[in-house]
Design a protein around this ligand. Structure first.
Ligand SMILES: C[S@@+](CC[C@H](N)C(=O)[O-])C[C@H]1O[C@@H](n2cnc3c(N)ncnc32)[C@H](O)[C@@H]1O
Ligand code: SF4
Length: 373
């Protein structure tokens, strides 16, 4: 199926691969050491969990994220794909695998490609050795360029990259140099995240709270202006792409459609429930093996919860929200009118969306929405 034909995928599959060879100093995502024993335990339970999926619909999108899915061996990839193919009624419009530059090989890329993967997302973060060192990211600029070349030579025509900005010590010139290097690679999609200082990370222990709101804002302006003037259109607070390359998987989740998440720490929104698999390999695997999945944060979804989340996530997207079917339109109408007067929001009929200035205040605006509702 052509990616342009189906703009609104309704069911996504997310597979969490919780292994990293080296842990980055800023990262708070759940991850484990990729020992032989852990990998075996993970693989057995993942295949079992995959077999529990029964849905007549096809997956419109599949996303293997982590951790570093690129760590999986060609043999493990084949085992996963064999089961996954039995659960796919058609090939998804978009099938992404996250790769870190230091865990890539031609053979693995070929296995993913042969399986049907059509999008690679690579965490770059920065091209500067100094910034990479501050982030505790164990990769060299040379490894980044080499990995990118391998991805393209393997025939992937849809490549996404991640960058982090506002890193301690980073100057605006260094940020511009990162952005120039990024567009020189010519990826289809660029995500840029403002560095956040997460609890229990080496980064936070070193730099404390660290963030400087006014600097973050200045750097964000540099990112938006640079990418927009170089052919990458913003479609969400942190996401930019060439025409036709919006991440369909992420958009599906922001639109509050359905997705199934498998693997430890993966979350799902499926058949009226939202829940998160427990973020502990052993407990998760035991739960799957004993047919009593260990889940946390279980929420029974009702139209009100979905309508509120549609607003909160919709405010982050440049396309905004269609309030026509949203039950909170009248409750928010005077707040939206105020935002319009301050040129922070635009309203055209039932469609509302933040302006660029509004997006800079998105978190505060979302908080206010939650206060009102
Ligand atoms: C879930 S991570 C997985 C990517 C993959 N493991 C890698 O590092 O290559 C996705 C992206 O989130 C971003 N990220 C993770 N922690 C962050 C933090 N503390 N602040 C800002 N961005 C962060 C990074 O850009 C990263 O590439
Ligand atoms: S950023 Fe990616 S590679 Fe680094 S520790 Fe987090 S999940 Fe692992």
């Amino acid at each position: 199926m052509n990616r342009q034909e189906k703009v609104y995928p309704s069911l996504g599959l997310y597979v969490h691969v919780p292994f990293c060879v080296a842990k980055c100093d800023y990262c708070a995502f759940y991850k484990e050491t990729p020992s032989h024993q852990n990998l075996e335990r993970y693989l057995c339970a993942l295949l079992l969990e995959m077999k529990t999926i029964h849905d007549k619909r096809t997956f419109d999108t599949i996303y293997f994220g982590g951790g570093t899915p690129g760590i999986l061996s060609p043999k493990a990839i084949d085992q996963i794909i064999e089961v996954l193919h039995t659960k796919m009624h058609k090939f998804p419009v978009e099938w992404t695998v996250e790769i870190a530059p230091h865990t890539i090989s031609v053979e693995k890329l070929q296995h993913w490609k042969a399986a049907g993967v059509n999008r690679i997302s690579m965490g770059i973060q920065s091209f500067s050795e100094a910034t990479l060192r501050t982030l505790g990211r164990k990769q060299t600029p040379h490894q980044i360029f080499h990995a990118y070349e391998l991805i393209r030579s393997a025939g992937f025509s849809n490549v996404a990259i991640d960058l982090i900005f506002s890193v301690p010590g980073q100057t605006s010139e260094q940020l511009l140099s990162d952005l120039s290097a990024a567009i020189t690679l010519n990826p289809e999609h660029i995500s840029t995240y403002c560095l956040s200082y997460e609890n229990d990370t080496v980064l936070k222990n070193k730099f404390g709270e660290g963030s400087d709101e006014s600097r973050d804002c200045d750097f964000y302006e540099i990112v938006c202006t640079f990418l927009e003037t170089n052919g990458y259109k913003q479609y969400e607070i942190s996401n930019f792409c060439k025409a036709g390359y919006v991440s369909l998987h992420n958009r599906n989740t922001w639109l509050m459609h359905e997705w199934i998440g498998i693997g430890p720490s993966a979350s799902s929104q499926y058949r009226g429930l939202r829940y998160t698999n427990i973020a502990a390999l052993e407990y998760w695997a035991n739960g799957i093996e004993s047919n009593s999945p260990k889940r946390t944060d279980i929420i029974e979804l009702d139209p009100k919860i979905l309508a509120i989340d549609e607003i909160i996530f919709g405010l982050r997207m440049n396309e905004g929200i269609d309030m026509a079917k949203n039950p909170y339109d009248s409750q928010l109408s005077s707040f939206f009118r105020d935002l319009c007067d301050k040129t922070l929001l635009m309203r055209e009929g039932s469609k509302v969306r933040l302006t660029h200035q509004g997006r800079l205040l998105c978190d505060a605006i979302s908080k206010e929405v939650l206060n009102i509702l």
